[in-house]
Design a protein around this ligand. Structure first.
Ligand code: ZN
Length: 390
């Protein structure tokens, strides 16, 4: 594959500290892409020659968004549940079982078509790396099927058998944890990179979550965790103690949780689409950033609690409602997501990075929060799952 000089970049978000600030902004910039990698970034006036050139006409370019938390292997629709919530009903996670029934009944073709449709939605909104969880099958065969289907489209697959206790184990949650840590894990591990659990009242307690994460680690899977979404709890501390890559939600945190996150290096992944869609209080991103915690933003795209696939939407909400600056939010949606997935080849445009470039129909990254709800992603060049640089 030949090299391409991408030029006419009004503002480049490189996330390269060499260029200054957390976003490594370069004005009047150029990027050289060689094959599928970034070979050079800097001021256009100093750009080296390349085989071909592509002028983006003064627009802003940033790394593709890294959405480190989604649940896209599902069937069915829960719009009525959303409407009921907006009419005053409280969210307690119980609707997950509705999606489990629909997902079990769906064919491989239906599940794949649904996944491809959502990944396409994400890509059109600038997301080039996507983590996808299982968790709506909750039998050995259905969980393994979900992960095998997802693994065809993304390397970032997560085994979430410990999402909720399925109805057939309602009277025997301990038996279900044995299934998850035994035969289900064995069937799923070949198709997964990560293991996850929903550590929350009404789902899995801290000892059950620890058992799932420990068994997953023994099977070669790295850990991540859903915790402290619906109320305070021990999940965040568990994630930090186990040195997980990320702990997600972090909506209800005590000071000790923030301190543990700051000292452990575990990424706090904030999912503002959930609070938006469940009309709940937002996590305090400002407190986390001020304490030195590494923060990521992700969509948590799922049919129940957050049915948005849009990272720009999450950036806008994080800025408006969670005390983040636009620069912090863009950094969390790119570099933060990459850290949450323990990836050093995405989330930035330093030399050697995968050439996932988002061209905004705007002069600056500021417009992502300044113009909420406006489809500003003009072009997406390169991708993990959709072929070579176009
Ligand atoms: Zn989730």
């Amino acid at each position: 594959m030949s090299s391409v000089l991408v030029t006419g970049i009004g503002e480049l978000v490189s996330n390269d500290p060499q260029h200054g600030g957390p976003l490594g902004l370069v004005q009047d910039a150029a990027v050289v892409v060689d094959g599928r990698r970034v070979a050079w970034t800097g001021p256009a006036s100093q750009a080296p020659a390349a085989d071909t050139a592509y002028d983006v006409g003064g627009r802003a370019v940033l790394p593709g968004f890294v959405d480190s938390h989604s649940h896209l292997l599902f069937a069915g629709d829960r719009a009525a549940e959303f409407a009921a919530r907006m009419a005053g009903q409280r969210y307690d996670g119980g609707g997950i079982r509705t999606t489990v029934a629909a997902t079990r009944a769906a064919s491989d073709e239906q599940l794949t078509a649904n996944l491809v449709r959502h990944l396409g939605e994400m890509r059109r909104q600038g997301t080039t790396t996507v983590e996808v969880k299982s968790g709506y099958g909750l039998t050995v065969a259905d969980e393994a099927r979900a992960l095998a289907l997802a693994a065809r489209l993304t390397p970032e697959t997560t085994f979430l058998g410990a999402h909720v206790v399925p109805p057939e184990y309602a009277d025997d949650p301990a038996g279900y944890v044995e299934l998850v840590t035994g035969p289900m894990l064995e069937a799923c591990a070949p198709h997964a990179r990560w293991v996850d659990a929903f550590c929350e009242r009404g789902a899995f307690d801290v000892d059950q979550a620890r058992a799932v994460l420990t068994a997953g680690a023994e099977a070669g899977l790295r850990g991540r965790l859903h915790a402290n979404q619906l109320g305070p709890g021990p999940g965040v501390q568990l994630a930090c103690e186990l040195g997980l890559a990320a702990v997600d939600h972090c909506t209800f945190l005590e000071d000790a949780d923030v301190a543990a996150l700051a000292s452990s290096g575990t990424v706090a992944t904030l999912l503002p689409g959930v609070e938006f869609s469940t009309r709940s209080p937002y996590p305090d991103a400002r407190a986390l950033l001020d304490a030195g915690v590494r923060v990521a933003l992700a969509t948590d795209c799922n049919p129940g609690s957050s049915y948005t696939s849009s990272m720009p939407f999450c950036i806008a909400v994080a800025v408006r409602e969670m005390g983040m600056t636009p620069a912090e939010a863009v950094h969390a949606a790119t570099s933060g997501g990459a850290a949450a997935l323990a990836r050093d080849d995405v989330g930035h445009l330093r030399v050697g990075a995968r050439a996932d470039l988002v061209v905004l129909d705007a002069p600056s990254h500021l417009h992502l929060a300044y113009r909420p709800g406006v489809p500003l992603v003009g072009q997406v060049l390169g991708s993990d799952w959709a072929g070579p640089l176009e």
